[in-house]
Design a protein around this ligand. Structure first.
Ligand code: BGC
Length: 725
């Protein structure tokens, strides 16, 4: 018997797509490009073309919801490993770990029979108030690009697609459906698009999710410029653009402006349509009717169908996919390894950390030490098979009898998302004064105080669909930390958050660790670092501002924008332009709490002099003839440790305003005590160029550049000049 071409795995995918397309009726094509349930699209049953199933994303596989509702389906086999959130992954600066993370996550998705993971996200941290920054990869386009590409390789190696989100310019949550971004082409190209472009061109993500907000007055789920002109034409993207859930707004734009697959248009698919609400989606009956009435030909439709078929061939119709695995010990090991490398040691006075092996009489204070953080935060909420809480991790490592706990404050005792409940009873009837007094009294008696606080996953914190009200910690934590520090000079703060927080007590505490939303292995990773079992090697993927007005967007009053008098639209001008994060604080000569790229170790590293080519003047480097920069680095301490060596570039006499430095290369290197290595970096033209708005192209000027190499953006250890001809 002869195999039909579209089913023949020996034929090239494009040939199979042609054949499948030729067999499909218009009704089947229409059905293929919109949802049939909350998270699935129907395929073509008659032809044996399978359904596509999507799942959030991005740091674990979401538990199963009902066909038409957000509530839980009640499965008992849909618990997952909660991996550290993506700011944590970015803080490792370790691209190999990112690939291991993607591979493990993809295996969980595969086991659950998902075709697409809705993630990763690479929206740039423009403001520290953005409730969703924890799901993204920080403030720097180069770092985000380098970290996102391996994640995509890892996931897609399972025959499971990633969905890169939220494309693009989706930099805060407030008014997320009605915010219209106005940004220069230069900032768009230099800051907001590079990580997306790398994910598309290098990572080859098979799907991209549009954003909720608007750009150039068009919603980003159907946006002529970004979806058609940039993504599909300029970047040759051949995958699927999927709408964010509820991000599609009308048929005509959806047809013409680049959307391929419509999902989530009504929050409840049961009630909003005549019979089956999904038939009333913008790309469903209204589109079919318009084609029948001759308002559209079939070119757009066929293009969308081709893309969805391509996705199906890349995922569901592959015969060589691995089977995946769920909640394996290997996955927990990846989660722990990422957590260990993500934690950033911000400050460590008199080397108070790591705690000595025989440390006893430890006092842990703070709600986040006992609160599950894997539930909540919006669509990335999970049902974790297990979650090691910080207090439990510390007790397991140091001995239960050596670690006392005081609550200190009561923040948010709820713990529920779409029917997943933590089951924790976190109520405490003591007054705030009593809670603080009890904690302070215990602190006086303790050898060490470990304060575990920060943000949580409730609205207004690290949470979708809302932004934070300010930079300060909630629930009176600042006053509590100050009181603890006064009571005990050996107070160490572990701040759990996906965003920077104000630290008015910064100089009063002995040590500070930035700990992220670390998921299942949170408590183990914290104990590994506190005990010195792991030597911290994380570096901040964002600027830790001392005050909100140290951030350009806020200093210039450019958040959240202005509401138009005559409509619900909010226009936000990105007035700080390319000066986002460290680019702004460097230019304004501000002193943040901790700079971008900062992170200490339990050992020390010495940098030698950076070496450039002998000639003082060279041709503009290219990928095939790059500028080779090298630097010796040595571990001068007594412990093995990893350092992230960062290479920044500055143009010395630019024709346009340029940053003091921009990250253009980095490498994480493991060194034994006394070991020395020479690292080399190859810089091509992308390390020197800027985007010229007028010419609408990238430009490298001839002239002098400075190469700066260091341990953070403010700790440059060696630099040298080079002239480009
Ligand atoms: C979020 C997406 C998510 C989708 C599906 C939306 O509200 O913005 O990131 O993937 O829901 O849950």
């Amino acid at each position: 018997m002869q195999t039909l071409p579209y089913l023949d795995p020996t034929l090239p995918i494009e040939r199979r797509i042609d054949d499948a397309l030729a067999r499909m009726t218009t009704a089947e094509k229409i059905a293929l490009i919109h949802a049939q349930s909350k998270f699935s699209s129907p395929g073509v049953k008659r032809l044996g073309i399978p359904e596509l199933w999507m799942t959030d994303g991005p740091h674990g596989i979401r538990p199963e919801v009902l066909w038409d509702e957000w509530e839980q389906a009640g499965w008992t086999n849909d618990s997952c490993v909660a991996f550290p959130a993506l700011t944590a992954l970015a803080a490792t600066w370790n691209s190999a770990l990112s690939q291991a993370y993607g591979k493990a996550l993809g295996e969980e998705a595969r086991w659950r029979n998902k075709s697409v993971v809705l993630g990763p996200g690479v929206n740039i941290a423009r403001t520290p108030l953005n409730g969703r920054n924890f799901e993204y990869m920080g403030e720097d386009p180069y770092l985000a690009a380098r970290m996102v590409v391996p994640y995509i390789y890892g996931v897609q190696s399972n025959g499971v697609a990633t969905s890169l989100k939220h494309f693009a310019l989706n930099n805060h949550e407030l008014n997320r459906h009605t915010t219209n971004v106005r940004v220069s082409d230069r900032a768009l190209r230099e800051i907001y698009l590079p990580a997306f472009e790398a994910a598309v061109r290098e990572g080859k993500t098979w799907t991209v999710m549009g954003a909720y907000n608007l750009y150039r007055d068009q919603h980003l789920c159907h946006n002529q410029y970004l979806l058609n002109d940039v993504l599909k034409r300029e970047w040759n993207y051949d995958g699927v653009v999927v709408s964010d859930w509820g991000g599609t707004h009308n048929t005509d734009e959806a047809v013409r402006h680049g959307l391929d697959l419509e999902f989530g248009t009504w929050t409840n698919g049961l009630y909003a349509g005549a019979s089956n609400a999904y038939d009333s989606y913008y790309l469903a009956r209204p589109y079919a009717d318009a084609i029948a009435a001759g308002r559209y030909g079939t070119d757009e439709l066929d293009d969308k169908v081709r893309r969805v078929l391509r996705l199906t061939y890349r995922t569901e119709m592959r015969t060589d996919r691995p089977r995946g695995a769920m909640c394996s010990e290997e996955h927990y090991a990846v989660a722990r390894a990422v957590g260990n490398e993500a934690i950033v040691l911000l400050k460590n006075d008199k080397n108070i950390l790591p705690l000595p092996a025989d440390a006893r009489n430890l006092l842990v204070v703070g709600e986040n030490a006992i609160k599950m953080m894997t539930v909540g935060g919006g669509s990335s909420s999970l049902k974790a098979q297990r979650e090691v809480l910080p207090l439990d991790g510390l007790r397991a490592r140091f001995g239960a009898d050596r670690v006392r706990f005081e609550r200190g404050y009561v923040g948010d005792v709820t713990g529920e998302y779409n029917g997943v409940v933590t089951g924790q009873d976190l109520r405490d009837d003591r007054s705030p004064e009593r809670l603080m007094a009890d904690a302070v009294a215990a602190a006086r008696q303790a050898d060490y105080v470990l304060f575990v606080g920060g943000l949580n996953k409730s609205a207004g914190q690290d949470c979708e669909d809302s932004d934070r009200a300010g930079l300060a910690l909630p629930y009176g934590q600042d006053a509590l930390i100050a009181a603890l520090a006064k009571a005990n000079p050996r107070t160490i703060v572990l701040n759990i958050s996906g965003n920077p927080v104000a630290m008015p007590w910064k100089n009063d505490v002995a040590a500070i660790l930035q700990v992220w939303m670390l998921g299942s292995e949170a408590g183990h990773s914290m104990a590994d670092v506190i005990s010195g079992d792991a030597n911290p090697s994380g570096k901040l993927p964002f600027t830790s501002y001392a005050a909100l007005d140290q951030c350009g967007a806020h200093a210039l009053g450019a958040y959240p924008g202005q509401k138009r008098a005559d409509s619900e639209i909010w226009d936000v001008d990105y007035k700080e332009d390319i000066f986002v994060g460290y680019r702004w604080v460097d230019r304004q000569r501000l002193q943040p709490n901790f700079p971008f790229g900062h992170g200490l170790s339990y050992t020390t590293f010495a940098y030698g002099r950076l070496q450039l080519p002998q000639a003082k003047s060279v041709a503009v480097p290219t990928a095939s003839a790059p500028l080779r920069v090298s630097v010796p680095i040595a571990n001068t301490g007594t412990r093995a440790g990893q350092e992230v060596v960062q290479v920044y570039v500055r143009e010395l006499r630019p024709k346009v305003d340029r940053p003091e430095r921009e990250l253009k290369a980095f490498r994480k290197v493991m060194l034994q005590p006394g070991e020395r290595q020479i690292l080399t970096f190859d810089l091509d033209e992308t390390a020197f160029r800027y985007y010229d708005d007028k010419q609408q192209q990238w430009v490298v000027n001839a002239g002098e550049f400075e190469i700066q190499i260091g341990s953070s953006s403010r700790d440059i250890r060696t630099k040298a000049k080079i002239r480009l001809q």
